[in-house]
Design a protein around this ligand. Structure first.
Ligand SMILES: Cc1cc2nc3c(=O)[nH]c(=O)nc-3n(C[C@H](O)[C@H](O)[C@H](O)COP(=O)(O)O)c2cc1C
Length: 195
């Protein structure tokens, strides 16, 4: 699958068939995450593959509603797929000097969210190209998930996704037009008319 085709065709999938994901396919998807770029190549990400259904239920129980009064359908999907992938980060790696500087290098602090997001997006695109569904899940109690999965001190849980065969084909969600989000030369700057 072409990159643009994968980028444009990927959707958040919240309904899955019970078909299990084969180990080989799972490995390919994880390999895509591993190849992501990161701050000074520090690769602060760690991934926990959760197959156990009782553990997946516990993960889903930590969900927070995204919209008031509506259950978090993405997180609920973790119960029905055969795999959940939980993305964690080692703190004080991304955004710091390579040789262990104590203070962050930039005014943005720890860049772990950025690096983990790059890896997880690689993972979701590769999954889509292989016919699998995913959905980035951010609305859950990350401290509880860290407890459930035994994530050690110095690491945090960032996001999770179910991984499985889609049982829905949702329409694309709308996106802002390029003219709303791209500026030229200055914030708010309009593209100069061709001479
Ligand atoms: C950082 C992040 C957190 C998200 N958290 C949730 C979530 O907790 N539950 C959920 O159902 N979807 C979640 N989503 C999925 C978004 O709702 C979805 O990506 C967005 O509506 C666009 O739809 P699309 O992915 O199909 O293009 C999250 C997406 C991102 C990028």
């Amino acid at each position: 699958m072409e990159v643009m085709e994968a980028i444009k065709g990927r959707r958040s999938i919240r309904k899955y068939t019970p078909k299990a994901v084969e180990d080989k396919t799972l490995e390919l998807v994880l390999e895509a995450a591993r190849q992501a770029p990161s701050w000074a190549n520090t690769q602060c990400w760690r991934f926990i593959v959760v197959r156990d259904s009782q553990l997946r239920d516990k993960l889903a129980d930590t969900a927070i509603e995204v919209t008031e009064g509506k259950s978090n359908r993405g997180a609920e999907a973790v119960r029905i797929t055969s795999v959940a992938i939980v993305a964690c980060a080692e703190l004080r790696k991304a955004g710091y000097y390579a040789k262990g500087g104590k203070a962050p290098v930039t005014d943005k602090g720890d860049w772990y969210m950025y690096d983990v997001a790059l890896a997880v997006q690689n993972l979701t695109l590769a999954a889509h190209a292989l016919g699998l569904g995913t959905v980035h899940i951010g609305a859950f109690d990350a401290v509880k998930v860290a407890e459930i999965l035994g994530v050690p001190e110095g690491f945090v849980v960032v996001s999770m996704t179910p991984l499985g065969y889609p049982d829905e084909a949702p329409n694309p969600r709308p996106r802002k037009e390029l003219s709303e989000i791209v500026f030229y030369d200055k914030f708010g700057g309009k593209k100069a008319k061709p001479a």
